[in-house]
Structures are given as C-alpha cells and as structure tokens.
Design a protein around this ligand. Sequence first.
Ligand code: GLC
Length: 472
Amino acid sequence: MEILHVSAECYPVAKVGGLADVVGALPKYQHDEGHVAKVVMPAYRNKFLSENSFELVHQAGMWLGHDWYHFNVLKETENVLGFDLYLVDIPGLLDKEGVYGHYNDTERFLGFQVAVCDWVNEWQHQPDVMHCHDHHTGMIPFLLKYGYKYSRLATTPTVLTIHNAQYQGQFGWDKLYLLPSFDLWKVGMLDWNGAINPLAAAIKCAWRVTTVSPSYMQELLSNANGLEALLNYEVGKTSGILNGIDTKVWDPSSDPMLDVNYTATTVEKGKKETKLRLCEKFNLDPALPLIIFIGRLVDDKGADLLPEIIGRSLHETGNKVSFLVLGSGDKHIEWRLEQTRNFAPSGLALYIGYNEALAHQLYAGADFLLMPSRVEPCGLNQMYALRYGTIPMVRVTGGLKDTVIDYGDKGGFGIRFVHASIWDTCHAVRRALELFENRTTFNRIRKTILKLDHSWNKSAQEYIDLYTSLKS
Ligand code: GLC
C-alpha cells in the first residue's frame, strides 16, 4: 500500500512540537512493515534544506487568488529519513525559515495544499491514501472531493489525524477567493461558526478522522475548542490511535546525544553520571531529586503554573528538590520563570529555547518529568522519559491518562494527579520526594519503565488496518 503523509512538520527536517516526531517516525515503521510511506511538507529555508541534496521532480505554476506562483517539488536523494521525503518549494510564499507565526500563514499553508493537490493530481505514483495531519493540511480532503480540477483524486481516501484540536486555522470568508474553483453547492463544508475552518472542513470531508490517543478522542466530544457538536455528529468515523515513539532515535543504550549510554542493567550508574554532569552545568545539587519540564511554555501544557509550583515546593520542602525547565513560548511565562529562578537559583535552572540534544540529556539525567498539562492529545515526552528511566508525573488527561499508571496502583510506575492546579501538582511533588527516598522501590521502577514498549510497532499496524478498511 502507498501512503502519502502531508504535514507542516517532520523531524529532523523541521520541528516545532510532537507532530514532527510522529511524522518523522510513523512512515519508517510503515515502511518496515512492507508499505510505501512518503512524506510531503513545505520546503522551509532551513538547515536541513541547505545541508542535504535534492532532485527536482515536478515544476508547475498555480493561482492563489489573483497571484500566480511558480512551485517546485524536490525529492531528497539520499534517503536520510528512511522513507521518501518531498518538499514543496514556493518562492515568495514558503521560502522562510520558521514554520509558523508569519503574517500570511493562511496564504502560505493554502498555497502548500493547492500545490500538493496539483502535483499529486499529475503524478504517476498516485497514493492509495492521503494521510493529512492537523489543520495546515485540512483543506485537502475538501479539495480532493469537490475541487473541479482534482476529479481524478475524488475517490482517493483521505485520513485526518488531529494532533491538537486547540488549533484550527480559521480565516474569514473574504479569503474564499484564494481557493481553486469547487462545487459551490458544497461551500457549507468549509464553514464553522461563521468562518472558514480548515480543521472542521477536514473533520467533515476526510474519510476517517483519528486522534492521537483514545482518551483524547473521548474528551473531544465534550471539549474541542468549539468543535464538540461537529465531532459528536461525525463520531462514527472517528477513532483514537495512541502514538508511539521512534525507539531507534530514542534509545539510551546507543543515543549519540548522551555522554554516557546505559541499559536496564546499568541504568543506576548511567543516570547518576549524566545527572552529575547536568547538575554541574546548571549549578544544581546532584544529591537532590531532579524534576524536569520540557516543552512549550503555554497554558495548555500547564506551564503558567510552574513558577508557583516551583516556588511553593522549594518553600514547603526546605529546598530539598531541584527543577530544570527547558522550553520557550509565552513571553510572560518565560519572564515569570526567570523571576523565580532569580529568587531561587539553586532550586531552579532554566534553558529558554529549543535544544534537541539537551532534551535527550535531561531525559537521561533527571529523576522525574513533570507534565501538568491542561490539554494533552497524546504527549510523547512521558514516553521518552519512560524509555530513559525517568519517572513521569502527569495530570490525567488525553494520552497521559492512557500511558501512565500510578505507582500506587497495580502494575504502576508513575505519579498521576487529577487537576491542573498548584495544589494537586505540589502534592505530586511531595509524593515524588517520598518515592525518591524509598530507594528500593525507586530503583525497581526505573528498571521496569526502561523496558516498557512504546514503539510504533502496534499503532503503525492500527493505521494500516484503518487504511485497508477504506479500500473498496
Ligand atoms: C501535539 C500534541 C501532543 C501530541 C503531538 C503528537 O503536539 O499537543 O500531545 O503528542 O501533537 O501527536
């Protein structure tokens, strides 16, 4: 079976969040199972583009409203990702470094989607299924079904995966003219709440809709940033498939980003050594339990709670714990964290920014990973933490609920808490400290979690079963 994944991100080409990790790993596993999985994404002007080699496989032009754009489709030639990677280059539109946050993101991603549809329409290797990820690719199921020039593709099955329904890509009806002509009777398919809503359009038009964990799918029926009614209406074609992680990239026994590699037998020594180096670098006391937070500093991830959680925990425990936060995002949260660090430099270390290698070292060197998320469709960080023997402390929501069992329960290994509140999270911190003191249980848990299997093996097959069910 031939699958074409369409996405705005793919690791290591361009990464903002977990979407990139999923799109960088899932095709590899599908490939290993004997399918042909390919990825197409925008050709951002970034390091990956300048450091790798590409061949031109398609050249054409397109109208985006009144503007004419020339576009190229480039194919990476060395198979560095383990599957075919295609980049859509649209000079004057997509040729910027950053992925999101440009004033014309609506036009940029519309242009990308029209170019993908135009190219696939002409391509001799038409895929058996087009798998679209998040709202940046949400117009594709609509365009293929109702766009006049894509009638050849009208019967190509489309699957939408929602990685995060908080972001929907809405724009005003005044931009309708940007779309290639389509069956106007179907114009309502684009609408949600008086705007053109790419995520809603995809939920309506894709043949199947998946989310990245079963619990998140359930939660969306009552809390989907305004799309609840639509998801309830379309519930028959939805399902939740838990993400996996790339266990070849994330492997403490061979990870090249670590100074010290380790396995389940050498975990104690390996983590101790890594923690020592980290604490030295960040001026923290290696004898204390180290709790890390890695991720975007936004309210959805509960990052706004961190300054107070950290301040209170340090106060309550008499500075018997250290925190290390790696991430960037909301400027106000960044500023509040900096203030907290200035008051308690020995209890909190900060790295504002994104650093993939440092993230690997943190998973390896930390004792606990904290995820007080308000919304967590799947969450990959808890799985990376488990793989590196770091105990996750998670709020029970979405994928966190599906992957972490509390150590007080049968077969448990993590710390769960119910509310994304300062009170609940500080209680979780106290439990973490107790666990840290109980060395026998702590070490037993470390050894157990390192061996849990969160690879894509199972979920990759679930996607294949889903595609197969769409073949007539
Ligand atoms: C988004 C979600 C995250 C999920 C990731 C990959 O970033 O917020 O929970 O793990 O997508 O699906």
